[in-house]
Every structure is written in C-alpha cells, then in structure tokens.
Design a protein around this ligand. Structure first.
Ligand code: BJW
Length: 229
C-alpha cells in the first residue's frame, strides 16, 4: 500500500465482506427474510408491533453464526491491523462476529452485535449468545426486558464521535462490500479528511461510488488480500 508508514487508516465494511462466509447480504436478489424487507423488521416500530417476529429474525441469524467462519478478506484486514505501524480503525456495519474471530481488535460495530442484548430498563449491554424472547430478563437489574443489541432504522449508530474523529484525520479511507444505501455509513467517504485517498472495493459500484477516487470491482476474498499486500 503506497502510504507513509505512520498514516492513519479507516476501513468500513458491509455485508458483502461476509457473503463468501455464507451470510446473506441485505439488498442483493435473495436479501429478503421470509418475504420481509430489512426495513420492515429492523425498526423500533416493528419491535413494538410484533416483537416475536423481530426476536425470531435475530435468533435465526444468531444461531447461524457458529456455522460460519471468517474468510480471507476478514483475515487480511486483521493482518493489516497487526502489521500497520500507524493508527487503523475498522468500522463494520455487520452485526456478525467474523471480524472479531479473524483477530481485528481496533473495531467498531456501529450497527450493534448479534451476540449481545441490551436491557430496556437499565440499558446495560450484555453478552447474549443464546436465544432472546419477550421473557428474557436482564440478569443485572432483574427487571428489564432484553432486546437485541442492534441499531435499527431511526436509532443512532454506535461510537459515532470516535468514527468521525478518525475520519477527519485519515490518509486512507476504504469501503468494502457495502451498497451505500444506508446512512450515516454511506456518507463516511465525504467525511474523510481532505486529500485522503478513498477506495471502494465491491462486487459492483455502490450507490455512492462517484464520491470515491478509486474503484476495484470483484469479490472481497480476491480484492482485500491483494489490496492489503
Ligand atoms: C460483495 C460481495 C462479495 C456482495 N464481495 N462485495 C433519507 C436519506 C438519508 C438518510 C435517511 C433517509 N431516511 C432515513 C434515513 C436514515 C436511515 C437510512 O439511511 N435509511 C436509508 C435506507 C435511506 N439511517 C438510519 O436510520 C441510521 N440512523 C441514523 O441515521 O441516525 C441518525 C444519526 C446518525 C448519525 C449521527 C447522529 C444521528 C441507522 C441505520 C441502521 C441500519 N440497520 C441495519 C439493520 C440492523 C442490523 C442487522 O439487522 O443486521 O443494518 S439495515 C442493514 O443495512 C444493516 C446493514 O448494516 C446496513 C447496510 O447494508 P450493507 O452492509 O451495505 O449491505 P447491502 O446488502 O446493502 O450491500 C452489500 C454489498 O456488498 C452490495 O453492494 C453487493 O454488491 C456487495 N457484495 N457480495 C464484495 N463477495
């Protein structure tokens, strides 16, 4: 990578990086879940209207995680973090744990994590590897119902200050496997420091492709290891 060795890097990943591990993306041809669009199940309104449906949506996805493994793209980003002497922040929109299992540590899960729950009463974030339902109670305060620790439409994504601070001073911003449909992540390329190199690595041009200086088209497991080398 042609950058000064102390340059800081921000990487953004989306569902496309986990597709080759076997996890479905949101907006590709087969992106529907039981005929529901993600916009119909991933909202606070959907949770109020039909909590059982929303719990089921996330329980199914949580149960699928042990059967999938990080791929060469997740591993390449973890290797880059280990070997890069400058600052590197990996921001993922994915709620799976594949970056964690690949070894990435300087990692923000801006849309939450499937393996966590959040108490509606005391707001504690809890490790929650098993199923959740309307009877799940917070083990800490013992009174609150536990919801999936997921950022739904209309909710504020996590650690935004940390992300924008890193973007404002980065020398490289690269986005991998994300369609550019969902904000604020789709706007990160515009928030990168003036003069930063901006690169999109995706199967097809994203909705915000014009905002990037460089594009590499293909599968994440081919593109990311080559980009990192
Ligand atoms: C491959 C590949 C391979 C395939 N190799 N590539 C109007 C205008 C602007 C904004 C809004 C608006 N109306 C409402 C909003 C805001 C709203 C929004 O953006 N809505 C849009 C739909 C219009 N956003 C929000 O509400 C967010 N909150 C917010 O804005 O708060 C205000 C605020 C912000 C900042 C500071 C202060 C206040 C919250 C968004 C929450 C998103 N949640 C979801 C679901 C929850 C998680 C879950 O259940 O898993 O997150 S939605 C869903 O989309 C999920 C994803 O993380 C997210 C992004 O999807 P992603 O990752 O891009 O996946 P796909 O499927 O879309 O794309 C995959 C790509 O990979 C494709 O391009 C493929 O080609 C490619 N690909 N295989 C490489 N092998």
């Amino acid at each position: 990578m042609a950058l000064p060795r102390d340059a800081s890097i921000v990487l953004l990943t989306g569902a496309g990086i986990s597709a080759e591990s076997g996890l479905r993306t949101f907006r590709d041809a087969d992106g529907l879940w039981e005929n529901h669009r993600v916009e119909d199940v991933a909202t606070p309104e959907a949770f109020h209207r039909n909590p059982a449906l929303v719990y089921r949506f996330y329980n199914e996805r949580r149960r699928s995680l042990p059967g999938v493994q990080p791929n060469a793209a997740h591993r390449a980003l973890a290797r880059l973090e280990r070997e890069w002497p400058g600052d590197l922040l990996l921001v993922t929109q994915n709620v799976d744990d594949l970056h964690d299992r690949a070894g990435s540590r300087n990692l923000v899960h801006m849309h939450g994590e499937l393996l966590k729950g959040r108490c509606l009463a005391c707001r504690r974030v809890l490790d929650w590897p098993g199923d959740l339902d309307a009877d799940s109670r917070c083990p800490a305060c013992r009174r609150g119902q536990v919801r999936p620790h997921i950022v739904w439409f209309g909710e504020v994504p996590l650690e935004m200050e940390r992300i924008y601070r890193a973007l404002e001073r980065c020398a490289l911003f690269a986005a991998v496997g994300t369609s550019g449909h969902v904000y604020p992540a789709a706007g990160f390329v515009e928030a990168a420091a003036p003069g930063a190199r901006t690169v999109e690595l995706n199967l097809e041009p994203s909705r915000v492709a014009d905002a990037f200086q460089e594009h590499r088209a293909g599968r994440a497991t081919d593109l990311v290891p080559a980009f990192v080398d």
